[in-house]
Design a protein around this ligand. Sequence first.
Ligand SMILES: Nc1ncnc2c1ncn2[C@@H]1O[C@H](COP(=O)(O)OP(=O)(O)OP(=O)(O)O)[C@@H](O)[C@H]1O
Ligand SMILES: [Mg+2]
Length: 373
Amino acid sequence: MAAPAPSLHPQSLNILHLEDSELDHQLVCRALLKEKFPFQITRVDALDDFSRQLSQQPFDVILADYRLPGFTALDAWAALKASGVRLPFILLSGAIGEPAAVAAIQLGISDYLPKDKLQNLARVIASALEVFKAKAAEARAVSELAASEQRLAQFAQHLQTAIENERAAIAREIHDDIGGSLAAVRLDLAWIARHSEATDMREHVSTANDMLQHAIGASQRIMMNLRPAILDQGLYPAIQWLAESFQRRSGVKTSLVCNQPGMQSSKPIQLTAYRTAQEALTNISKYANCTEVKMDLSDAEGVLTLEISDNGGGISDAALNNPAAFGIRGLKERAKVAGGWLDISTRPGRGTTVILNIPLDGDSRSPTEADFL
Ligand SMILES: Nc1ncnc2c1ncn2[C@@H]1O[C@H](COP(=O)(O)OP(=O)(O)OP(=O)(O)O)[C@@H](O)[C@H]1O
Ligand SMILES: [Mg+2]
């Protein structure tokens, strides 16, 4: 059945009416026509027909009597859910009390209208459609946000992989090219020293050797930062090396305790823990202004934990949320990629603790990182 289109409702609605009484169906049509509501309507009174219609036609709204021969509107609601079609579903019934109506709406049914209030039907349909559209838009926004967050996480992972690959490549270049040349220069200097009688010449060779030694040390340090080969000896020795070099460079007393020095974990997890310690120590040297650093590496109940605490000035909320600072944010992303999480515990004047936790079971979320080491 079709009705003329009034200005209030520019689009004709396709209604599926679940009703066993032809008389009640006619009353519904009359109520809508009276409101000049443009519609097409299909009446069904069996559950099978209801499901078939849903799969055959695109409806805009469902009106359903509560009690039908052999089933209720709740069975139709379940069939609608099972079909995967999402539509506003309005109970239109006289034989149901308010408590049942409330229970039905709690299930997710859009609205309830007693059959003796059909003069409100057009308004109830319009408002159910509006709510339905708003909910659909919200669901779309939530799913778009989730998809965008997932894309961001994938991008962060890709970025980290690319950075680590690039670092490893630069370290290789320094090792093979600069390292090789410096070693050759050392041999030549040694040859010159052996074949020279002149004191001046020997002095110059000695100065050149000192400079050369400095350059070799610097290139080794740079290589170590780029590609921590010390990780080949295990996580504990690598963190210990970081702690010792930090203490040597900064003069800040630095201690490391570890409940299992021989702990085993995958290369990606080791690299994540190592980079976390590295960034935390860099931040301490830049900002903490502290006198002591304590590091604790542990493996308890299948979770690797690394804590780096200082007794410095702490981090303000503003500094922590500084959009131009990427160190801590990067550590959080890195921890997530490795299947763990990173917390910062800090209070102004009371120091800062960076805590990394990574479950060790099923720890192969980022297999490509294993290739760097
Ligand atoms: N141990 C610390 N003690 C005091 N302040 C800290 C400490 N660690 C970090 N901060 C503060 O937190 C801010 C954020 O640190 P984050 O490592 O994210 O960025 P950054 O070091 O400033 O820059 P980036 O790491 O990107 O080079 C820092 O700018 C600093 O103000
Ligand atoms: Mg930093």
